[in-house]
Design a binder for this molecule. Structure first.
Ligand code: ADP
Ligand code: MG
Length: 599
């Protein structure tokens, strides 16, 4: 590995700039860090260069731990957005600056400058001043200057930001060529998804200081794992689907789920489905593509001509099977794009009612598809809706919570998503247990809705089913809430043969790989309830996540924990139960050893 980051974190005052970022970048790879402004991209790049000290974590370049090594000695070349050339020096002087500083002789400097000018296609311009060059040419000089001392890593922070579209395009290609020619491991920072797609071997998507998801551009676009990547990398229709007979029902069709769909826990019930606009098919009476499955009906609201494509927005007629993942049950819009041939053969007009279909759908492995607030009375439900945790989840996940009254029984739709119930001193775990009884797989009890959650404490029963479901939920929470996660793991315990420190590391790495977010692990000895109790601090509102394998094992844990936590309950408790079937053929030890189960 050329670049290896392990749980790198950086705060400025009380606010998080980067949070537990772990990633490995291979020799010669062009890795693009993509994310909105303020997501921590520059901070991470500067940390790798040694220009910003980090609070925690490890930075390893070519096998050497450089966490505490000065910028100068890291063998890194850096290009900033705003050129940062020395105005009063010629192009050649700019390029050889780093060589001079390193005491390289005049003849060798001259040879290197000529070589670099050729590399960046600026032969013969060595005597010019920066002001006599175009913006694109100045950025080429900046690249040549960054490469002069033959660094082993090249870091580019929005190098095209200040350029107009055409020059930007040309320079992108030039930099991609130079990077391939030199074969240097490179990280490029950008907020532009098209730039990321055209340049990257792999893209890491950043949001709020966390690396949300990392993969090859095509995979990230077609089969993202997270809502954030799905929506940040292009227009996305997010619908609710239901697992049905080996496929997923969306609207009037049960679509095949691709067997190669990556990772995630086994899915049940309700899921979030992504349909890209180009996979939507429209028709007046028949759908225009025979292979498409019908979703339902809608009305054309807007048609835009965008060059080779036509963009159509439709108001959908929602029904039991066709509902938005963003606001289940509410009216919603679908976006479709059509090529000019389809637009020509099936002409559409605003106001027209049409059939809406899809060529294929992608199931996001995100475990939280909807937020279902369940209370005995309207004020109960409203209290849940106004709690800080529900509001933060709803905002971050862009979903509108659905309100359900449980006075005349728990409505079955409430069991599909994340059920949220009050967790009061009197009822305690009872409300949660009742929903688990009814078949809910994840129930969130809210004790203190006033304060923002600051910490996530995770304890998972040591079975495969419990672990898969709970880690997936933990991953989602960590992505969407600005909290630190701690996974509690029993210290080497003879009753679980062979569980050792090595297994512990495997679990952490498997968690990272499977769910794209990192957590810290803490071991404990003795009683679980004690260990959890010790980590619930009233000063830092805590969300306790309990991963259980079945309702019955959950009741055992609740009985143990209930009295212990009653005097000082966590601000919120999430119980996630796995699919007990998954445990039948997997014993605990082989599970703990086998990273492939999670990876
Ligand atoms: P990006 O490059 O993705 O736009 P940055 O890494 O520049 O994001 O910033 C990440 C967060 O850290 C932002 O909230 C920003 O305000 C904050 N930040 C960055 N640099 C500093 C600094 N020197 N002092 C205080 N806060 C900073
Ligand atoms: Mg920046």
């Amino acid at each position: 590995m050329s670049i290896s980051l392990e749980q790198v974190s950086k705060h400025y005052g009380g606010s998080v700039a980067i949070s537990d970022v772990s990633v490995e970048i291979a020799d010669g790879e062009l890795f693009v860090l993509l994310g909105p402004s303020g997501s921590g991209k520059s901070t991470l790049l500067r940390a790798i260069a040694g220009l910003t000290p980090i609070d925690r974590g490890r930075i390893v370049l070519h096998g050497r731990d450089v966490t505490h090594v000065s910028a100068r000695e890291r063998e890194v070349g850096f290009v900033f957005q705003n050129y940062a050339l020395f105005r009063h020096m010629t192009v050649a002087e700019n390029i050889e600056f780093a060589l001079r500083a390193r005491g390289v002789g005049a003849a060798a400097r001259r040879a290197r400058v000529n070589e670099l000018l050729e590399l960046v296609s600026l032969q013969g311009l060595g005597k010019r001043l920066p002001s006599e060059l175009s913006g694109g040419q100045q950025q080429r000089v900046a690249v040549a200057r960054a490469l002069a001392h033959e660094p082993r890593v090249l870091l580019l922070d929005e190098p095209f930001g200040a350029l107009d579209a055409k020059i930007r395009d040309e320079l992108r290609r030039a930099i991609r060529d130079i990077q391939r020619t030199v074969g240097i491991t490179t990280i490029l920072v950008t907020h532009d998804q098209e730039e990321a797609f055209t340049m990257a071997d792999r893209i890491g998507v950043m949001d709020r200081g966390r690396l949300q998801e990392t993969d090859e551009p095509r995979v990230l676009y077609t089969r993202p794992r997270t809502r954030f990547a799905a929506t940040f990398l292009g227009a996305a229709n997010l619908l609710l689907g239901r697992i049905e007979g080996g496929g997923v029902r969306v609207g009037n069709t049960v679509f095949d789920t691709n067997p190669s769909e990556r990772g995630g826990p086994p899915r049940h019930g309700e899921v979030t489905v992504l349909i890209r606009p180009e996979d939507i098919v429209l028709g007046r009476s028949e759908l225009s593509a025979a292979s498409a499955g019908e979703l339902g009906y809608g009305t054309v609201r807007q048609i835009e001509f965008v060059g080779v494509l036509e963009r159509v927005r439709l108001h959908v007629e929602p029904n039991e099977w066709l509902t938005s993942a963003l606001a289940p049950g509410a009216r919603f819009t679908i976006e479709a794009t059509r090529n000019s041939r389809d637009a020509e053969t099936t002409k559409l007009e605003v106001g027209q009612r049409v059939r809406i279909g899809a060529k294929h759908v992608h199931v996001l492995p995100t475990p939280i598809s909807s937020l279902r607030l369940v209370g005995a009375s309207e004020p109960d439900v409203e209290r849940l809706a106004s709690s800080s945790l529900v509001r933060e989840l709803a905002t971050r996940m862009h979903i509108a919570p659905v309100r359900h009254l449980s006075s005349s029984g728990i409505p079955p739709e409430a069991l599909g998503g994340l059920a949220v119930v009050p967790f009061d001193r009197a009822g305690g775990f009872d409300g949660i247990a009742r929903l688990l009884d009814e078949g809910a797989r994840q129930v969130l009890g809210i004790a203190d809705g006033h304060r923002r959650i600051e910490r996530l404490v995770i304890y998972i029963q040591p079975t495969r089913a419990a672990r898969e479901a709970a880690l997936a939920a933990a991953g989602t929470l960590l992505r969407h809430l600005a909290v630190e996660g701690t996974l509690l793991v029993p210290a080497a315990d003879r009753t679980v043969r062979g569980t050792s420190y090595r297994d512990l590391l495997d679990i952490r790495h498997a968690a990272l790989r499977a769910h794209g977010v990192d957590v810290r692990t803490e071991t404990f000895r003795g009683d679980v309830a004690d260990a959890i109790g010790k980590r619930i601090h009233p000063s830092a509102p805590t969300l306790l996540l309990l991963g259980v394998s079945s309702p019955s094992s959950c009741y055992g844990l609740i009985e143990e924990l209930g009295p212990r936590l009653a005097p000082r309950p966590p601000a919120a408790t999430l119980i996630v139960r796995g699919n007990a079937d998954a445990d039948r053929d997997a014993n605990t030890i082989s599970y703990l050893r086998s990273a492939s189960v999670l990876g």
